[in-house]
Design a protein around this ligand. Sequence first.
Ligand code: HEC
Length: 203
Amino acid sequence: MNKSYISAEIVKAVFLLLIAVFFTSCDRNRNSTGWDYFPDMFYSTAYETFSKNPNFKDGLTMRVPVTGSVPRDFTPFNFTIDPESRMLAGKELKNPESPTAGSLSRGKAVYSAFCTGCHGDKGEGDGNLFTSGLYPLKPRNLTGSAAENLKDGEIFHSITLGFGSMGAHGSQIRTEDRWKVVLHIRELQVKVKETSSAGGIGK
Ligand code: HEC
């Protein structure tokens, strides 16, 4: 009897407390962030990226990299889009990627994503975009003797900066992946030769 009397009092107290919390937890305009309860590491002792910084003359915390800085693993590419520069790229650049199973399959995947639409699965310049008439310009055949004679660096140059009416892909495909696409194009060239020397069997 005594027990249940106490618990009824507790229930009442909790109920009143809940009502009090309910009415006090809302503010008029939602601008109050409330009280800090155990702020711990909420406030940084270090300067925040965009906060004012009295240690520098310009007051900025985020610093501009020193002139001439390059990101890690960055390879400079000092070529321009003209044909002379492409020839130079052909002479100076060597493909740093070797045709391992991994890089060949990566090259194929990147090629399928970025090039197949125009140049076709086999690289013969017969991609769906062109054959369907959506894209009016004939993409080059990337197989056959003319393309075989292109240097690795020339193909890399064309992918990076574009070629004639073809757009540049340098900003969309990572450097190493562009080289892997070159490996894949070489693989396509060998495959086309094999099928043609076999008298077209399997085509
Ligand atoms: C929107 C269609 C399109 C896409 C996408 C495209 N190309 Fe091309 N590509 C062309 C056309 C068209 C030409 C010929 C341009 C000209 O002659 O003015 C060309 C030319 C080239 C050449 C020069 C060939 C030569 O004989 O010198 C290379 C190499 C090449 N493309 C590779 C690629 C690779 C690799 C990709 C994918 C990363 C790619 N292209 C994506 C349409 C495309």
